[in-house]
Design a protein around this ligand. Structure first.
Ligand code: G6P
Length: 611
């Protein structure tokens, strides 16, 4: 979703802004723009363009055409007003002296806009952001900070803002409420950005703005204030990953790179958490009495993180014998959930910034539950607002369609289940150790699966032109199918649905006809025979069946299915961790055959910071 970069220093700002915006492209956007203070004539120079960032970069000859050392840049994911040059950010006030970039939504913008129109302020765009620029200008009487704070008292909604004013060219103002914004500390220069990837080439020293905070960046420092304008001392973190982690490194697409990185990501997630044959969880602030007393678990998340929760429900209920409810964050936040002090809410999020997930977390906290989050981005909002955080340590994930974050989230949830089961005494010793042993072998087994990617590529070339594809499976395989189907939809734009196999006959089987592609998931041994009967059912109605199964069932499946992909045998709860790699590769190769923009699928955003 929208990306913000801001810089104040001694170097030319425009190439820095364009480079930062390029690194935020993965978040999803449909137009881009920059505003730079020109020392030559004391004006703000603004350039914006609909479409890819390259259009803007070409217009500016890579940044050479705008001169200045302070500026703001933005990639916009349209909410209010269609993608167009005029609706792109920065939005500029009528005097041309104030420019604003914004991520989020101003909920009372219509009311403020009509007030300003009544005051004779002309509007040029359809955006909610222009209201901010015009309102700051309306309040401006020579003190930009004063004008911004008066504006903040009147706007409602979610916002991360970067603001520059032609009359205060040695300052850059940053504001955050409910939308992520970080500050970067350089030598003689400072930065603001939506996330670390935008500025890591320049500095590893960052701090995370909290809700209600405002920062004033100058060349020599950053002053931060809370919502009462009292000074705040920010904790500065050092980013510990290398820049290559956020670059393609010879791969054609980030998604493929990240699929292939999964074994290493899993090693990083799992290895440090198994010590002397026991699960060890870092800084784990839930005491054993609390864990024994948990009587219900909610898993709350969006998108693929929600699908991790679906797998988690089966695994945790089996291990703990405690009811686990999985809820979409956007539903949970408005459903008036029944929570008690013995309910644990597990929040899962790669970015740690998804607005619905964040709102669900706050609702759960308000209702008195404890919050444990599984998050990838260190220091993100969800991580900071949770009672306990378990990081996935997957490294930066750039492709919009998540892969390594999904896999590592699943690994963390499994480790957590085992840890709880041990404390509660609901898992036999032998089984516990057997699962732990299998978890340690998981990265190598996944490497085996990834090594047979050519067979998936071949199958993708056979099936890429289908218009509609069904994924069927039971239990863990059903949960796996949901993620497989989402991956395919996201990047190949093929309609697909995941169905619980047993439910097919209650309606959907009417859609199966000669040549329909059904991806039948039959990895879960206990229900393999049932899975087979469903394969026979769809085969006899003309479906083409591509099956996924485990080594021990390969021969049986091959008798009926048209094609079979096989994962190594492992314990039940880890089967989806292996199966998913084939489904990710299938989606990837199908999208490649169809010529889709794999890393930046249409209309999608990596980090969804609006409701
Ligand atoms: C977006 C992404 C998905 C992701 C979902 C939840 O829709 O495109 O890949 O699963 O948000 O994101 P989170 O960062 O909370 O896991």
């Amino acid at each position: 979703m929208c990306g913000i970069v801001g810089f104040i220093g001694r170097e030319q700002v425009c190439p820095i802004l364009l480079d930062g915006l390029a690194r935020l492209e993965y978040r999803g956007y449909d137009s881009a723009g920059v505003a730079v203070y020109s020392e030559e004539d004391g004006t703000l120079q603004v350039r914006k363009a609909k479409g890819r960032l390259q259009v803007l970069a070409d217009m500016l000859e890579g940044g050479a055409l705008l001169h200045g050392t302070v500026g703001i840049g933005h990639t916009r994911w349209a909410t209010h007003g269609a993608p167009s040059d005029v609706n792109s950010h920065p939005q500029v006030s009528r005097s041309g002296r104030i420019a604003v970039v914004h991520n989020g939504i101003i909920e009372n913008y219509a009311e403020l806009k009509s007030f300003l129109i009544d005051m004779g302020v002309p509007f040029v765009s359809e955006t909610d952001t222009e209201v901010i620029a015009q309102l700051v200008d309306y309040f401006y009487e020579g003190d930009i900070l004063e004008a911004v704070t008066r504006c903040l008292h009147r706007i409602e909604g979610a916002y991360a803002l970067g603001i520059i004013c032609a009359d205060a060219p040695d300052e850059l103002i940053a504001v955050r409420k409910d939308s992520p914004l970080i500050l970067g500390y350089g030598e003689g220069c400072n930065f603001l950005a939506s996330d670390v990837t935008a500025i890591i080439r320049h500095t590893r020293k960052v701090s995370y703005m909290e809700d209600g905070e405002l920062a004033i960046l100058t060349r020599d420092g950053i002053r931060c204030y809370n919502h009462l304008m009292q000074p705040v001392e920010k904790e500065i973190f050092t980013v510990d990953w290398e820049i290559d982690a956020a670059e393609k490194g010879g791969y054609e697409h980030f998604m493929f790179k990240e699929i292939m990185e999964q074994p290493d990501a899993l090693r990083r997630t799992i290895s440090p958490r198994i010590r002397d044959n026991e699960v060890w969880l870092e800084d784990f602030a839930l005491d054993e009495d609390y864990i024994r007393g948990i009587d219900r678990i909610f898993i709350v998340a969006c998108g693929s993180s929600y699908h991790v929760g679906m797998v988690g429900k089966y695994n945790l209920e089996r291990l703990l014998r405690v009811p686990v409810e999985v809820s979409l964050a956007s539903e949970f936040r408005y459903m008036d959930p029944i929570l008690t002090p013995h309910t644990l809410v597990i929040v899962i999020s790669q970015s740690g910034e998804t607005l619905d997930t964040m709102a669900a977390l706050r609702e759960a906290r308000r209702l008195g539950a404890k919050i444990l989050s599984i998050v990838n981005v260190v220091g993100s909002s969800i991580a900071r607002e949770s009672d306990v955080v378990l990081y996935t340590w997957a490294g930066p994930e750039i492709a919009v369609a998540t892969t390594k974050a999904y896999s590592t989230q699943m690994a963390v949830l499994n480790l957590l289940g085992l840890y709880f089961a041990r404390v509660r005494g609901t898992v036999e010793e032998a089984r516990y150790h057997a699962i732990l042993e299998e978890m340690q072998k998981l990265p190598a087994r996944l490497e085996e699966v990834l090594a047979s990617r050519d067979s998936v590529q071949y199958l993708a070339s056979r099936y890429f032109n289908h218009d509609s594809i069904f994924f069927i499976g039971r239990n863990l395989d059903y949960a796996l199918g949901m993620e497989g189907s989402l991956k395919l939809k996201e990047i190949s734009y093929i309609h697909s649905e995941a169905y619980a196999s047993g439910e097919l006959k209650h309606g959907t089987i009417s859609l199966i006809e000669e040549g329909t592609l059904v991806i039948a998931l039959g990895t879960y041994g206990k229900l393999f025979d049932k899975a087979m009967s469903n394969v026979v059912e769809v085969k006899s109605r003309g479906a083409d069946v591509l099956a996924l199964t485990s080594k021990s069932h390969e021969a049986a499946m091959a008798k009926t299915a048209d094609a079979v992909l096989t994962i190594p045998d492992t314990c039940d709860m880890l089967l989806p961790s292996l199966g998913i790699a084939y489904l990710q590769l299938f989606a990837y190769y199908v999208a490649l055959m169809r010529g889709c923009d794999i890393d930046k699928p249409r209309n999608l955003a990596k980090s969804v910071t609006v409701e």
